[in-house]
Design a protein around this ligand. Structure first.
Ligand code: NAP
Length: 327
């Protein structure tokens, strides 16, 4: 069971200033980052553009007008919740394909690490500490990204928490925290992103949903209700803004190997976790028989945001390895 009050802040590091631009590489970064982060940065074809663009020439000439070539060259992408997991992998994938990425999360140390890793590989990213439950912080984050990079083209509203508890054992504060993060947080982000997208003459919004929007498990009342609600939110927004050239879609992952997935299990060693994950995938994912990597979701998020999916709006793309296909 994931407790949303756990693991949310490296408090000693969290009192940092709102914008951490320029502090990349400072001693505050977590040593070496996560294995996940390294995999996200250097693994897979999507990173090829980024690693190829790294090196002295790219570093020396980094700045406006010298972005790595790619599908998203010249585009500005905003991501909520990219200090780990799916958001981190997606931030790195967008940067690898030429985008300028502005992202948030509450853990300053992790935000700095992700920012530094993207820049060291030749990409452009700016971390801002912002809590999606707080309207003022969301507004400052969104407007700050647009101001810094001269507008906004794509938003990936991904920040989320997850725990499972029987309904009558769920406190009102827990319910409101879940809904404040996973639903109200998405509403707030979109409320402040959309004026920038309208100003741009169009764009794409991708929201992270979940397979729990289709069906859920015991204890899922709080989580599943937020994830089903973001689909309704996306459908309504798709109609509000279709004529203005803004597409709004939901990426609905199955089980993904992230902090969120791991924290929902009893504590175990890394070795035990790897074995558990393999076994869990074999038993619970009837199609591909494995738990997804965050990069699998990044690939889907980039696809949804790209012109390749130019006719898709108000839709949910379930990327679950076949998990919800079985009876
Ligand atoms: N992993 C899965 O199996 C799975 C399956 C379906 C859907 N999802 C969805 O995928 C999304 C990403 O989760 P993940 O699996 O990648 O887990 P994760 O590694 O825990 O990532 C969650 C991200 O959300 C951020 N976040 C949480 N609360 C926030 C808040 N109040 N303000 C700002 N940022 C906040 C976290 O940053 P800070 O902690 O630094 O604030 C972190 O960057 C979530 O919406 C989740 O519901 C995950």
């Amino acid at each position: 069971m994931v407790d949303s009050t756990r693991g949310n802040g490296d408090t000693a590091d969290d009192e940092g200033t709102a914008r951490m631009r320029g502090e990349a590489g400072s001693a505050g970064g977590s040593a070496g980052g996560s294995a996940l982060g390294r995999r996200a940065l250097f693994g897979g074809a999507v990173a090829a553009g980024l690693t190829a663009a790294a090196g002295p020439a790219a570093a020396q000439s980094r700045g406006e007008g010298s972005r790595p070539a790619g599908r998203f060259a010249g585009k500005t992408v905003l991501i909520t919740g990219a200090t780990s997991g799916i958001g981190e992998a997606t931030a790195k994938a967008f940067a690898a394909e030429g985008a300028r990425v502005g992202f948030c999360g509450r853990r300053v140390r992790e935000g700095r690490r992700v920012e530094r890793e993207i820049r060291e590989a030749g990409g452009e990213a700016t971390y801002t500490r912002a809590d999606v439950r707080e309207p003022g912080q969301v507004r400052r984050f969104v407007d700050g990204v647009a101001e810094r990079y001269g507008g906004l083209d794509i938003a990936f509203n991904n920040a989320g928490i997850n725990w499972f508890r029987p309904l009558h054992e769920t406190s009102l504060a827990e319910w409101e925290d879940m809904h404040g993060t996973n639903l109200r947080g998405v509403f707030l982000a979109m409320k402040y992103e959309i004026p920038h997208l309208l100003e741009r003459g169009g764009g794409a919004i991708v929201i992270t949903g979940s397979m729990h929007q289709l069906a859920t498990r015991p204890g899922g009342s709080a989580y599943a209700s937020t994830k089903r609600a973001v689909l309704a939110l996306a459908q309504a927004a798709a109609m509000d803004y279709g004529e203005s050239g803004i597409r709004v879609n939901v990426l609905s992952p199955g089980a993904v190997d992230t902090r969120l997935f791991r924290q929902a299990r009893p504590p175990m060693s890394d070795e035990e976790y790897e074995e558990f994950k393999r076994e869990w995938g074999r038993e619970n994912v009837p199609g591909l028989h494995r738990v997804a990597d965050p990069e699998d979701m990044a690939t889907a998020a980039l696809g949804l945001a790209s012109g390749d999916f130019g006719y898709l709006t108000g839709a949910s793309l379930v990327v679950d390895g076949g998990l919800t296909s079985s009876l």
